[in-house]
Design a protein around this ligand. Structure first.
Ligand code: ASC
Length: 151
């Protein structure tokens, strides 16, 4: 009984320490996953950006569809930055992601919040609201890129 209880404690601790990596067969998959998610998010965010900057005509329905995808996808990449995924190349991920993990977490949590605000703004069907929320989210993207992404 004692042994089972100890194993349960170890198992729980392990699950809490490495929830992210446990989802991937190998570190290379985690890196491919996070890069893919960031790429797809950037495509949909970029379509909103085109409307916000006037490079594309404002289409309220398209803005909502893209913002829904951005809000959903914004939650995904972070699971791919688990322990042991810092040594996989090629990557522009800086070591600070793992040495300043609290700051990194704060950044990606802020991104998810900004993405929700972007969706809320898109649903107002008002281009000015969309522009404001797009700018706020773009700044959040940039903040983390400045600290945690190599040029
Ligand atoms: C984008 C995109 C990013 C961010 C960033 C904002 O559209 O692909 O990575 O915005 O450039 O500063």
């Amino acid at each position: 009984m004692k042994l089972i209880a100890s194993l349960a404690v170890v198992g729980t601790a392990f699950a809490m320490a490495s929830p992210a990596l446990a989802q991937f067969a190998k570190p290379e998959d985690a890196v491919k996953y996070r890069q893919s998610a960031l790429f797809v998010m950037a495509q949909h965010f970029g379509r909103i950006g085109a409307m916000a900057s006037g490079r594309a005509p404002y289409d309220a329905k398209a803005a909502i569809v893209n913002a829904e995808l951005v809000a959903m996808i914004s939650k995904l990449p972070w699971a791919g930055f688990g322990p042991g995924t810092d040594k996989v190349t090629p990557t522009r991920a800086k070591p600070e992601i793992w040495t300043e993990s609290a700051k990194f977490k704060e950044g990606h949590e802020k991104l998810v919040t900004e993405a929700e605000k972007l969706l809320t703004a898109a649903k107002t069907n008002n281009l000015d609201n969309l522009k404001v929320a797009f700018g706020a989210m773009a700044n959040t993207c940039k903040g983390c890129h400045d600290s945690f992404r190599k040029e």
